[in-house]
Design a protein around this ligand. Sequence first.
Ligand SMILES: [Zn+2]
Length: 332
Amino acid sequence: MRGLIERLCTSYGPAGREEQVRAAIITEIVKLNESYTVDTLGNLVVHKSAAAGKKILVAAHMDEIGLMVTYIEENGFLRFTNLGGIPPGILWGLRVVFADGLVGVIGQEKIEGTRKPDLKQHYIDIGAADREEAQARVKIGDSAVYFAPVYQAGKRLSAKSLDNRIGCVVLLETLKRLGGLTLPVEVYFAFTVQEEVGLRGARTAAYRLKPDYGLAVDVTRVGDTPEPDFKTGVALGKGPAIKIMDSAVICHPGVTRLMQDVAEKKGIPFQPEVLERGGTDAGAIHLTREGVPSGALSIPCRYIHTPAEMVDLDDVENSIALLTELLKSTDW
Ligand SMILES: [Zn+2]
């Protein structure tokens, strides 16, 4: 699994440009002998059918946050805008990489007084001497993502884009463990696009697939670091979080209860999650058509939207165990 995490986290896939990460996931799906479809917007879907069970859509987004070039200065520096939630306070000195492997360094203008830095006061330095040289390498509208290696210390693993490649890993590993089993439910595993810019891929995927239930698999914030900016009991290493609410969904109590029951019955640790800021694909899925009862399984994660997001591998393992058992449950 470590190799899979490494392959997916080092793949390039900002919102709207998911083709490289999608190709990496397709390689894994082919290894598992499963078939797949790619829809109009680019969502990748694996269908595991049952004779006559409820239809469950399990979604994990493939895209990551990124920076899109908006303007090239005369002296060759690139101005950019954000694709999703880029925290401006951490950018100075970070490296970013474009689709073709071109690497740039983020610089920052002088900040007056105690003002917090703004995205507009940053630029990407690709080492070009002037606009002409820069234009030969980069175009307006090109996107970059953080350039960062994967690092493991004990059970803790740190990488860029664990949000949400780790969710993609949970889906792929679950798919592998379900193998040739005949499930009591019909499952669509969807690797969605453009979550970071507003849950867009999940919206059209859910419309097309018409599920009876929706389940997002994504990361969630924790409160186990010094002076966290909000109070939550969610911590690394204490099991997957079962979402109750975030800013995009109030999870269906029936789905939440089923998730908790299955976890308790199978002895899988879990944590209740109420996330005050942030949303997942469940936010889009539950509002599809006449409404879809939905829930979410969250992998606790520190330093979300930085180049060094961090998860605990026991939580990843327990997330796979919980998702696998949920899809084998006859209680949907
Ligand atoms: Zn996410």
